[in-house]
Design a protein around this ligand. Sequence first.
Ligand code: ZN
Length: 135
Amino acid sequence: MRIEHIGIATESIEKSLGFWRDALGLELVHTEEVAEQKVRVAMLPLGEPRIELLEATSDDSPIAKFLQKRGAGVHHIAVRVDDIHATLERLKAQGARLIDESPRRGADDCLIAFVHPATAGGVLLELVQHEDDTE
Ligand code: ZN
């Protein structure tokens, strides 16, 4: 397992790029709207992991709710796993609280699942499996 990305909730991706891309010098390689999660996503590699900037596309987006409650900042940490189904089974067996009982489609065509922060010491954890890792 390794860190796949760090998700950061922003009021505006455009404004946040002023820091992450323009001031710090990271390269913006990918932007995408994930309709199912009501977010717009921008990916900036930082070594192998990436910074994932998140912007709500609707008022009932999880990111909009997060911003209302906590303001902009680190939203989740994503860990890349080889077999997301096996990892979910393992966590379930260990009594972990899961937001997603089964994987769903995330940005970049990956399979993702969120683990509840209550389980991971206040950290919202995202599991990510890349398509090219299947089979
Ligand atoms: Zn993420």
